[in-house]
Design a protein around this ligand. Structure first.
Ligand SMILES: [Zn+2]
Length: 677
């Protein structure tokens, strides 16, 4: 029995396309003719349209003109393509901001923005919500049953917050509900007795901002939670007419890299498909490291819905908004697209199809440049990617069966940023999560990135780096994972504060976790940037940076000990049997080698092997798998720009692109192979 979970069940194939803004060329339809011709030549089968089209679709309040969209959807359909149709709320028309200023955002300094840029609308404003619903209803009525349309792309890159009076009131209502309308409950949760900050009523509460309270950590955390909840409510408002009129079409929003503002673990609950915009800084340092960080985010977006995701945007060459903008080198252009597929994407999509002639993104990479031809290196690499996707179409909808996971949590990140302790600037939470993900990536082991509240029962091993904020539900979840046979790796700072950012009393890690890990943590030494300490693991000394926590084992067995500092001779890494599983505590931050030796030991013990015969892969090489339950597909990738790598498969496999059956594989720089077994 084979199982497939297509990201877009309405089109069970790989999507290969781009953000397409034909309204920018409405004055010259010969460009539209050329676009259709080039789309076929580029092996593209999808266009995402309508993202910033509101001013064209509703040029004045209540006056609608869908003629350009009618024609474009018709043209793409007749050209053999599909359309992902966007709602236009990411940028409002001028008349809307002029007539209803409440739709514009108020910033942290209390000043309301003027009509400018995009993404600056209030998520609470009833007028904005109403106007968005009206245009979305019109779109759903007109195109919701159009066979060319395969999915909805809601707004664009939701982000930011607003502190207008409407949002402030909504925030207070959110807090009233959360704290049972009991201000004393909130006061205790925020520890407001400190510096005499006690609130007499919910009406006194303001969002943290430039001139308002920022020292109450619970308040800061609740503000971020409110912003996530209010954005979700806005998305639900947007999608209501769409779900009513086209219930068969899946809904997605395009999410982002290292994104701070919203808790995507929560936001993903109101959409059907996870999709994201991937813009790594290739060639800025070691491409293997950049590939691994990008893989972390591909893995995260796949894990959000536990099914294939969509790569909604990527540049076919360069971007224009980073300090230095470098085109992707030959080879890496196609490899970086296939990387998304290796990690579970059912699409490769670009921003943008055709380079705009003016304004902010006129030098952003595009499939079609200002020359307007298919004669460029970039265009040819897109053609090549399209050929590969056609050849491997059987992989679309297959899933990733990861047995390893890393916990990454937005709320924990926000709490760590609030925290006035440890090293004040830069706790390096993302970097630390990347370092644990790297352990699996460089061994060719598929890895999910999950919330601390996720169902962990399918994993053999879970790493929970720097899980400083650990609420009661998380304590229960981690405990039950170990009780039922899992291997859990926690680190320094685990279980320090609860869900309202109050320190756990009675010693850390919180509550039962002391028994799970068989240790208590007493104090933490924060190292200066140039300072190094060391620990000895399995007879070998390893370098430590940033944090060394002093811990005391109760039932845990010591695996590594510090070799210097006032804590020399005390445990640095421990392991504890608990229930049917084991819990490993890593009390310090190492520079990589200690983690490598530790995980070789742990992975060997639990019998979790990677996708290749050898667990030690050459630099820059990784391997990922997808499966339909019967057939397995293996992606081999080499991100080293200079070295050819030789690797051995677990058994002879058939190359999907060449048809040859091989056991030993030679991978040139920036190359990939895709196998089937
Ligand atoms: Zn507002």
């Amino acid at each position: 029995m084979t199982t497939k979970k297509h990201a877009c069940p309405t089109y069970p194939h790989f999507l290969h396309g781009a953000d397409y803004n034909p309204e920018q060329w409405i004055h010259d339809k010969s460009i539209w003719d050329k676009d259709m011709e080039l789309m076929q030549l580029a092996n593209c089968n999808e266009m995402t349209v309508g993202i910033f089209s509101w001013a064209k679709l509703e040029p004045q309040e209540g006056q609608f003109d869908f003629s350009f969209l009618d024609e474009i959807i018709d043209r793409v359909g007749k050209n053999g393509g599909k359309v992902i149709l966007s709602t236009p709320s990411g940028a409002r028309p001028h008349w809307l901001a002029d007539k209803y200023p409440e739709v514009l955002r108020v910033g942290p300094d209390g000043v309301r923005e003027h009509f400018r840029e995009r993404h600056n609308h209030c998520f609470t404003s009833p007028v904005y919500r109403e106007k968005v619903q009206i245009i979305n209803r019109k779109l759903a009525e007109r195109y919701g049953q159009n066979p060319t349309v395969v999915a909805w792309h809601i707004s664009n890159e939701y982000s930011g917050d607003c502190r207008c009076p409407l949002c402030q009131q909504a925030f207070r209502d959110f807090l009233r509900k959360k704290y049972d309308n009991d201000i004393n409950k909130l006061n205790l949760a925020y520890w407001t007795t400190f510096w005499s900050k006690t609130f007499d009523s919910f009406d006194q509460i303001e969002p943290p901002g430039k001139y308002t309270e920022t020292g109450l950590h619970g308040l800061n955390l609740d503000w971020r939670r409110f912003v996530t909840a209010q954005t979700m409510s806005f998305i639900e408002n947007e999608t209501a007419p769409i779900r009513e009129l086209s219930p068969h079409l899946p809904v997605t929003i395009n999410m982002m890299f290292e994104f701070y503002d919203l808790n995507y673990h929560e936001v993903s609950k109101v959409i059907d498909i996870a999709s994201w915009d991937s813009y790594p800084e290739w060639h800025n340092g070691d491409d293997a490291d950049i590939a691994q960080k990008t893989a972390f985010w591909h893995d995260l977006y796949r894990s959000l819905k536990k099914r294939p995701f969509l790569l909604m945007e990527s540049t076919p060459s360069l971007v224009n908004w980073k300090p230095y903008n470098k085109p992707k080198r030959p080879g890496l252009d196609v490899l970086s697209s296939i990387q998304a597929v290796a990690h579970g994407s059912d699409s490769v999509q670009y921003f943008q199809w055709r380079k705009s002639r003016g304004s902010s993104e006129k030098f952003h990479g595009a499939v079609v440049g200002h020359d307007g031809t298919g004669e460029t290196r970039v265009f040819r690499s897109v053609q090549k990617t399209g050929e590969v996707l056609k050849a491997i179409d059987q992989i679309a909808g297959t899933v990733t069966d990861a047995k390893a996971a890393v916990i990454f949590d937005w709320e924990n990140m926000w709490a760590l940023d609030n925290c006035q302790g440890y090293a004040l600037a830069g706790k390096k939470y993302w970097e630390t999560c990347y370092a644990f993900h790297k352990v699996f990536w460089q061994r060719g082991i598929d890895c999910d990135i999950v919330s601390p509240k996720a169902d962990l029962s399918g994993y053999q091993i879970v790493a929970a780096p720097m899980l400083y904020l650990t609420d009661e539900e998380t304590v229960e979840n981690l405990t039950s994972f170990v009780e039922n046979g899992g291997t859990l790796c926690g680190t320094y700072m685990l279980g320090t504060v609860d869900g309202t950012d109050l320190c756990w009393l009675g010693g850390i890690p919180a509550g039962k976790l002391k028994d799970v890990f068989g240790i208590t943590a007493e104090e933490i030494d924060t190292l200066y940037p140039v300072e190094r300490q060391h620990a000895q693991l399995f007879g070998k000394e390893h370098e430590l940076v940033d944090y060394c926590e002093v811990i005391h084992p109760s039932s845990a067995q010591v695996l590594a000990s510090y070799t210097d500092g006032y804590y020399a001779g005390t445990p640095a890494v421990t392991i504890n049997s608990y229930g049917k599983g084991q819990a490993v505590y890593i009390a310090c931050r190492d520079t990589g080698s200690m983690k490598d030796d530790l995980f070789d030991h742990l992975l060997g013990n639990i019998g979790l092997a990677g996708n290749l015969a050898d667990s030690s892969l050459p630099h820059g090489v990784t391997a990922h798998s997808r499966t339909n339950g019967e057939t397995s597909y293996l992606f081999l990738e080499n991100y080293d720009p200079a070295s050819t790598a030789d690797v051995t498969l677990k058994q002879p496999m058939t190359d999907l692109l060449t048809g040859e059956t091989v056991h030993h594989v030679t991978l040139p720089p920036y190359s990939f192979r895709i196998f089937k077994s």
